[in-house]
Design a protein around this ligand. Structure first.
Ligand code: G6P
Length: 608
């Protein structure tokens, strides 16, 4: 994981490095650091075993006209100042790195044998020393980095600064993202455009294996073999203030309340095309008609979105769907039937396990890959045959909210499109399913209006140590998602269960101490859920029921109940997600946890 930023200019780059780093903290935030080079041979680094805010205080008064910076999510070595980046190579090179160097141990041993001393436990320090060693041979920083890269096995995005080379920075990538930002008289690079938005919207995405020589007035991209590559800059259509907190207390809160807009934006084109397969790309119609099976692969909340979609897709099209956790799929042996459509769901498009799973799927059969992704030009979208971009906008809070809801919307559209392409539903049914979509932003708005009651529930839950979430049908994955939200940001142990599984284990945990949060929808077998709920009540469990209208029968004798103003039919999985997000959010606020940056987690998991 980790986030990197670099900048070179005639003015002091420290403020832009720190501001960029703050926008990358979603990638990791257990330690941070910056290296600065200035006129007159100044060359220094400042590191803290803490967040960017702490680094900013520590760096007060420092300056430099070129620099690299890093925010870390520890993989090799504890979060400490010694392990924080940048790492020093010899005495004249510093490196920041995002990724993992798998052969760092033998490299470390051979560097020690050559007289290098290591001061950290990180894999990154080998890169710094290797560049230094190559620099002794060639005297040229670009050549030194180019000679180092083939020695590294694994994934990297790196930024390199040299003490004796005041006019350039070098950066390179393989397996981890890196984007160059083009300014006037100053140039930048970063793990994500979010870091660069206040500075520029003109960018070049580095491709796998490429490196770049970044100077004040120019950037030059090279392929791994050293050939110059001519690349045209593109202008990114993202508002510079998209990553600002505005009136909200936390990014997660802001992102929860942005969901009606995010849904409108995500659905716009699908509605214009009446959910025709072309929404997913010009060749989608032919792929959809012929695919014998669908395999959905994802991680975290994106996996829960996939689990939900299985109910829709199989019911509407009869095409068999399997949903897999990417880190499991990649190490499982199987053969994919020819023509299988692999749907890769990812907010970031950079999740290492997912990318590896998709690449491995291609080796298992003649498949097509459809990416559902929130980040244009991400590695996943670039490697996929078909793409649907969710329009959630930049999501900063580590816990997925608007990204998740727009994934659900995209998957619903996919189910309808597939049914259209395969003529598996009568026209009236298709029109009915599509007819729900324009109502969705309003339905979401209504669900968000339940916030005051959920705040009161959160007050109670904040005293609990455990919680169970129950749902059936499409609301079973939503129960999983509700439990995930509560554990990741409020640090309460929570489990999501399918209602029918209650009696196969979790019922043993139910007593007066156990809050049981139940999601009920009219199309999610409410009668069967009612029995599960009674089983909980009979053991004294405290039931918090969130229901659609029409499920009143379930409310009898429950501890607390909240009913949505109107039914959302097949979209109940979406509307019932929002109260669960608010419940987790307010519980976390009550507990005083760091909502946007929960401990030990990171948003974009670019390491295995
Ligand atoms: C991390 C995030 C989750 C996200 C998961 C998958 O764990 O905290 O919110 O669901 O990664 O990320 P992706 O970008 O592939 O959706």
């Amino acid at each position: 994981m980790c986030g990197i930023v670099g900048a070179i200019s005639d003015r002091n780059v420290l403020p832009m490095l720190l501001a960029g780093l703050a926008r990358l903290e979603y990638r990791g935030y257990d330690s941070s650091g910056v290296a600065l080079g200035g006129a007159g041979g100044d060359f220094r680094r400042i590191r803290v075993a803490g967040r960017v805010a702490e680094l900013t205080e520590r760096a007060d008064g420092a300056s430099g006209t070129r620099g690299i910076a890093h925010t870390r999510w520890a993989t090799h070595g504890v979060p400490s100042e010694a392990n924080a980046h940048p790492h020093l190579g010899g005495d004249s090179v510093m490196v920041v790195h995002n990724g993992i160097i798998e052969n760092h141990q033998p490299l470390r041993e051979s560097l020690i044998a050559r007289g290098y001393t290591f001061t950290s436990e990180t894999d990154t320090e080998v890169i710094a020393h290797l560049v230094h060693a190559e620099l002794q041979k060639t005297g040229d920083l670009l050549a030194a980095v180019r000679a180092t890269l083939p020695q590294l096995h694994g994934a990297y995005a790196i930024g390199v600064i040299g003490r004796d080379d005041p006019n350039r920075l070098i950066c390179a990538r393989l397996g981890s993202p890196l984007v160059l930002g083009l300014g006037f008289g100053e140039q930048y690079f970063a793990s994500d455009i979010a870091a660069l938005l206040p500075l520029t919207q003109r960018v070049i995405y580095l491709e796998e294996g490429e490196l770049a020589d970044v100077r004040r007035d120019s950037v030059q991209v090279f392929s791994a073999d050293g050939t110059k590559v001519e690349r045209t800059a593109r202008t990114i259509d993202v508002q510079p203030d998209a990553a600002e907190l505005g009136q909200y207390r936390h990014y997660m809160q802001k992102e929860i309340f942005e969901q009606p807009t995010a849904l409108t934006n995500t659905l716009q084109r699908a509605l214009e095309l009446n959910c025709a397969p072309e929404v997913f790309g010009p060749t989608a119609g032919a792929v959809f008609q012929s695919t014998p099976a669908i395999r959905i692969i994802a991680c975290g909340s994106s996996y829960h979105a996939g689990l939900t979609a299985r109910y829709w897709i199989e019911e509407w099209t009869g095409v068999p769907v399997s949903v897999e956790i990417a880190s499991e799929y990649r190490y499982r042996q199987n053969i994919e039937a020819d023509g299988t459509l692999v749907i890769a769901i990812s907010q970031s498009g950079e999740t290492a396990d997912l990318l590896a799973a998709v690449r491995s799927a291609r080796e298992r059969g003649a498949i097509k890959v459809l990416a559902l992704c929130n980040v244009p030009h991400s590695t996943l979208t670039r490697e996929s045959d078909l793409v649907f971009l969710t329009q959630a906008g930049i999501e900063i809070g580590v816990a997925s909210t608007k990204a998740f809801i727009t994934q659900l919307a995209a998957l619903y559209v996919f189910g309808v499109s597939l049914a259209r392409a395969r003529v598996s539903l009568p026209d009236e049914k298709l029109e009915e399913l599509i007819g729900w979509l324009p109502k969705l932003p309003l339905l979401a708005q209504e669900a968000l209006a339940l916030e005051p009651e959920l705040e009161a529930w959160a007050h109670e839950l904040s005293h609990d140590h455990n919680a169970l979430f129950l749902g059936r049908h499409t609301l079973f994955p939503i129960a999983l998602e509700g439990a995930l939200k509560l554990k990741e940001i409020a640090y309460i142990h929570a489990e999501g269960y399918a209602g029918g599984e209650l009696k196969h284990g979790p019922l043993a945990l139910v007593d007066e101490e156990m809050p049981v949060i139940v999601c009920a929808g009219k199309e999610a077998v409410p009668d069967k859920l009612a029995s599960n709920l009674r089983e909980v009540q009979a053991r004294g469990g405290r039931v918090y029921l969130i229901a659609e209208p029409g499920c009143e029968a379930l409310a009898d004798g429950v501890h607390r109940v909240l009913t949505l103003p109107q039914s959302s039919g097949p979209l109940a999985a979406l509307t019932l997600t929002l109260p669960l997000q608010l419940l987790a959010y307010h519980t976390a606020c009550r507990k005083g946890t760091d909502v946007d940056k929960p401990r030990n987690l990171a948003k974009s998991v670019t390491v295995e």
